[in-house]
Design a binder for this molecule. Structure first.
Ligand code: HEC
Ligand code: HEC
Length: 207
């Protein structure tokens, strides 16, 4: 057993406890041994540890943490692999994926993608105007046929804002998105995040 395997649980605890306590209130830290929450009939055992942060059905309850439900399976898998390889950096996701196998990552992407997408709390009217800065985004982000371009509809507004700023400031790496985000002002980012977060999902949720 490597020395890291011994200290890993404590490293995970230290990293996520402060942020998690602030959100969940009870300071409980998700672990591999978590039980599925009430009302979640079936999910791979390995998914239980994700639910405290991403919501029981992948529908996040927190503005700054993303929903996973209904997101493209191939996109979710790519992001999980990127967190694991360190291509995408996040202090909360890194210790979580470090302990998972490639088979686990596939199972997780498949599971959360199959959950019904979150409906926005205040959906936009069907005829609402698209902010000028968001027009260039739709071809990639509202396109079910593209594998690596995530849906943004109904995603958490604060999360979208933070990700756009991360691309713009070069903290999250992706050549296309860094170029797309570069010309955006803070006001553009706010308008775009607000717009997408209030769009209802493309695919009708399963009953
Ligand atoms: C302690 C809280 C926490 C736990 C537990 C957690 N996540 Fe996350 N997750 C986050 C945060 C925070 C982000 C946003 C990271 C960023 O800002 O780049 C995130 C991002 C993601 C993303 C990227 C979403 C996107 O739209 O790009 C995926 C996929 C993901 N998590 C899957 C999982 C899975 C699967 C698990 C369980 C194995 C899990 N997470 C457990 C906090 C958590
Ligand atoms: C040519 C295709 C393309 C265009 C146009 C494009 N994007 Fe993206 N976008 C991507 C890809 C690919 C990713 C995934 C990057 C990665 O793997 O980290 C992405 C990721 C994102 C994310 C992160 C979502 C998440 O769940 O973490 C946001 C937010 C985003 N784009 C917003 C925008 C906005 C706003 C515009 C318009 C100004 C835009 N994109 C235009 C391809 C595109």
């Amino acid at each position: 057993m490597s020395p890291y395997a011994l200290i890993r649980p404590f490293a995970l605890t230290a990293l996520v406890s402060a942020a998690f306590a602030a959100h969940a209130g009870d300071g409980r830290i998700p672990t591999d041994q978590d039980k599925l929450p009430k009302g979640v009939p079936s999910a791979p055992a390995v998914a239980a540890q994700c639910m405290a942060c991403h919501g029981p059905a992948g529908q996040s309850q927190y503005e700054d943490w993303p929903s996973l439900a209904g997101q493209k399976q191939s996109y979710l898998l790519q992001q999980l692999q990127d967190f694991k390889s360190g291509t995408r950096k996040d202090p909360m996701m890194a210790p979580v994926v470090a302990q998972l196998s490639d088979a686990d990552l596939k199972k997780l992407a498949e599971h959360f993608s199959a959950q019904p997408a979150l409906q926005p709390r205040q959906p936009l009217a069907a005829n609402a105007a698209v902010p000028a800065a968001a027009a260039a985004c739709m071809a990639c982000h509202d396109n079910a046929a593209l594998p690596s371009e995530p849906f943004l509809r109904g995603q958490k507004v604060h999360y979208l804002t933070e990700q756009l700023k991360a691309f713009r400031d070069g903290k999250r790496k992706n050549a296309v998105m860094e170029a797309m985000a570069k010309p955006l002002s803070d006001a553009d980012v706010t308008a775009i995040a607000e717009h997408f977060s209030r769009l209802a999902p493309l695919v009708a949720p399963k009953k």
